[in-house]
Write a new protein. Sequence first.
Length: 132
Amino acid sequence: AVAESNLRADGRTSASIVIAIAQELGPVLARTGLREEAGQLARRAWEIADPQRKYAARRRPNLIDGYTARGYTAAGLIYAALGETARATDALKNAEAAWNRVASAPFYTREHRALREHARVALAGLQGQKGK
C-alpha cells in the first residue's frame, strides 16, 4: 500500500518496489487461494510494465525496457500460478522481447539475468503445456 501510494508521486522507485512485491507475493497468493489479490498484483505489474501507459512517461527512456521486462515477468509468473495460460504466455512473451532489448544495458545485472531465465523457463513450461 505504501509503495502503491508513492507510485503516483515517484514513478521510478515505487514502480520498482511494486513490481518486486508482485513478483514475490503474487504467485504465493495464487497458490494459497487468494486469487483475487494475486490477480490485482498481476494487473498492477502489467500496467506498470506497459510502455504505453502513464507510468512509462515518467521514466527515463533508457530505463523503460527494464521496467517493462520486470513488470511483464511478474505479471506472467502470477498469471501462470493462477492457471491463466493465455495471459501468462502473453505477458512472458512481452517480457522476453523486453529482456532481449535490455540485455546489453549498463544496468543489466546478475539479478536481471536470473529473472530473465526464470521468465524463459516459465514460458517454455507454458508452451510445453500447449503441446500436450
